[in-house]
Design a protein around this ligand. Structure first.
Ligand code: ZN
Length: 381
């Protein structure tokens, strides 16, 4: 009988956490194998050649944008969420590269008040045009609803699925805006640890073919109005599909420097740039589901990755995980936001827990999950 969770001695992943196993020395699969991947996370180490050629490409793109600057209304579109990374990227484009981006926010309907505040403070100081697209809120809501009610996996975290589907929709909306305005580049501020799916550039094939989910055709929850949020045939066949680039994958990125920058310039209030305070209440709700359903959360993979990149951070993230995990489990972390979200998609916290219980009953890893959850509840982590 385990009394305490065994944590990887190099990162912060617990033994038995969604298939993660510690070896005899106490090192997890991800730390001992740089190419290790499972359905929820992959290390996906980028070779230095690949990194170098992507950086060369980015420098060419910047040169191209600066050359055309002044001849076009906008040099690029920035997908702007109000989080620390897209805020810092906006500052970099405008104040360092002297470019004119169009900031585009696709509203999911569940943006946190912190993100809204951040945008207000930032745009008071950085004068760029800002387009807010709200037309697809009903489609976002249906996507979330579908995934919360139909997440029947013993392997994949709900937050993983939801984030993928949701970001595909956000990307679609922003790319549609770029096609409409004939803007050749779309940029997103994904940080270097967010390379699960893409490194530096989202391939055009994905932009065109893979974003629109099949469930749009197969599930009666969705109708023709939802398809309008994704690229239509005319847009797919148009010649001006933008390149979608993730510059932070190649330009220097240090999380603490980003936080210091956005706080010192008063774009984001002190303490509000913490990655734990994600811009998204959907993720908070999905994380509540995941910890109760699997005894684990997506953040743990992300923190573990940050620790691997900078081992000095291990103590900090381990402490965070120890404090936050039990709070998330008991829905005390972002209680009001989570409950608002659940109410919006038509399920109560109690009903969700009941749904989770029936799912755990059918999970071959039931005993393991229950013992992890018990340890978290007793704060034995
Ligand atoms: Zn590890």
């Amino acid at each position: 009988m385990i009394e305490q969770l065994n944590i990887c001695r190099k990162c912060i992943l617990p033994d038995g956490f969604l298939g993660v196993q510690l070896d005899l020395e106490g090192t997890c699969d991800f730390c001992s194998d740089p190419d290790h991947r499972n359905i929820n996370w992959s290390r996906n180490e980028i070779s230095s050649e690949r990194r170098k050629s992507a950086l060369t490409n980015w420098n060419q793109v910047v040169e191209e944008m600066q050359k055309n600057h002044g001849n076009v209304p906008y040099d690029c579109i920035l997908g702007y969420s109000g989080g620390k990374d897209s805020t810092a990227l906006l500052d970099f484009l405008v104040n360092k590269l002297r470019l004119t981006p169009l900031a585009v926010t696709s509203v999911t309907g569940f943006m946190t008040d912190i993100a809204k505040d951040n945008m207000k403070h930032t745009l008071k100081q950085i004068h760029v045009d800002h387009v807010i697209i709200e037309d697809c809120i009903p489609t976002f809501t249906k996507l979330y609803k579908y995934h919360f009610f139909n997440h029947n996996s013993n392997e994949t975290l709900l937050a993983r699925d939801i984030c993928d589907y949701c970001s595909d929709l956000i990307h679609s909306i922003v790319v549609k805006e770029a096609i409409k305005r004939d803007i050749p580049y779309v940029l997103f501020g994904y940080s270097p640890d967010q390379i699960f799916r893409y490194f530096y550039e989202i391939p055009q094939e994905d932009v065109v073919h893979y974003w629109k989910p099949k469930l749009l055709l197969n599930d009666p929850l969705f109708d023709i109005s939802d398809a309008l949020c994704y690229l239509n045939d005319e847009e797919i066949n148009s010649k001006n599909i933008p390149r979608v680039l993730l510059p932070y994958h190649v330009i220097p990125y240090q999380e603490q420097k980003i936080i210091d920058l956005v706080e010192s310039k008063n774009y984001i209030k002190k303490g509000h740039a913490d990655p734990l305070l994600t811009n998204c209440n959907v993720v908070h709700a999905a994380t509540f589901y995941d910890i109760n359903r699997y005894g684990g959360i997506l953040y743990a993979f992300q923190y573990a990755e940050l620790v691997r990149q900078n081992p000095q951070l291990r103590k900090k993230w381990l402490r965070t995980l120890r404090i936050v995990t039990p709070l998330i489990l008991e829905n005390k972390f972002k209680e009001e936001e989570v409950n608002d979200f659940l109410e919006n998609i038509g399920i109560s916290q109690h009903e969700l827990i009941e749904l989770i219980q029936t799912q755990i009953e059918l999970d071959p890893k039931k005993t393991q999950i229950e013992s992890i959850v018990k340890l978290i509840r007793k704060r034995n982590i």
